[in-house]
Design a protein around this ligand. Structure first.
Ligand code: DX5
Ligand code: ZN
Length: 219
């Protein structure tokens, strides 16, 4: 069995103070985060609008964090070029949002970026098993996408376990990322189930001491 890598914490910018983005991002970096989770919402795939490629582009020269873009937009294939040129390192799209999921993932990979695929709580994870070899990340939603600060759905744990099982069975290298309601209370359970990347909005940006908040998630 492969040695388990250190858990990555990816603070979600959605919970930051939008009037002080640079400061917030630097605080997350100084606190020990390795990734920055960038929630892009279009008001159509999800009932909320957040920010897009121009904001990501402005932040890119201000930090060394790995840019983890979570696109909650319909037909993201239309905008892959924008998010690539804005400086995203990983681009995750939703299985439910793409007419041609494979073509969308291939467009991300052809641009030299890591491709991720996310499933909403109601979407069975087995439906994406055929695409796993194309993926750097599988993002398991543990809330309905759209808003930060929602309650974690524990019944999503079997999806994480199934992805961990499949990864070992087929010797694949994707990371399992979990998003929604992640807290120090459930982080241990998530790590034990196979999660490698923990997204945290309120659990990091909602806290004064970012280093303590991030350390609590890493365990
Ligand atoms: C929800 C977003 C999440 C959200 C997480 O649609 O994808 O990334 O910001 O926020 P918390 O950790 O507060 O649930
Ligand atoms: Zn997200």
């Amino acid at each position: 069995m492969k040695e388990k890598k250190e858990t990555v914490v990816s603070p979600s910018l959605l919970s930051a103070d939008f009037s002080r983005l640079e400061e917030e991002v630097r605080a997350a970096e100084a606190g020990g985060a390795a990734w920055l989770h960038l929630d892009v919402m279009d008001g159509a795939f999800v009932p909320n609008i957040s920010f897009g490629a121009p904001v990501i582009r402005s932040l890119r020269p201000r930090t060394n964090l790995f840019f983890d873009a979570h696109l909650m937009i319909r037909e993201p294939i239309r905008y892959i070029g924008d998010f690539v040129s804005a400086g995203c390192d990983l681009i995750t799209v939703h299985a439910e949002a793409c007419a041609d999921v494979k073509a969308t993932l291939e467009a991300i990979r052809a641009a030299g970026k890591q491709a991720g695929l996310s499933v909403k709580p109601g979407t069975p994870v087995e439906g994406i098993f055929g695409l796993l070899p194309l993926l750097s990340v599988v993002l398991v939603m543990t809330v309905e996408p759209g808003f930060s600060g929602q309650k974690f759905m524990p019944d999503m744990l079997p999806k994480i376990k199934a992805l961990e099982h499949e990864r070992q069975r087929r010797s694949l290298g994707y990371r399992i990322e979990v998003d929604g309601g992640v807290s120090p209370e459930n982080a241990k359970l998530l790590r034990a189930a196979g999660a490698d990347v923990l997204v945290a909005g309120s659990a990091v940006f909602g806290k004064e001491d970012k280093a303590a908040a991030i350390a609590a998630l890493k365990g």
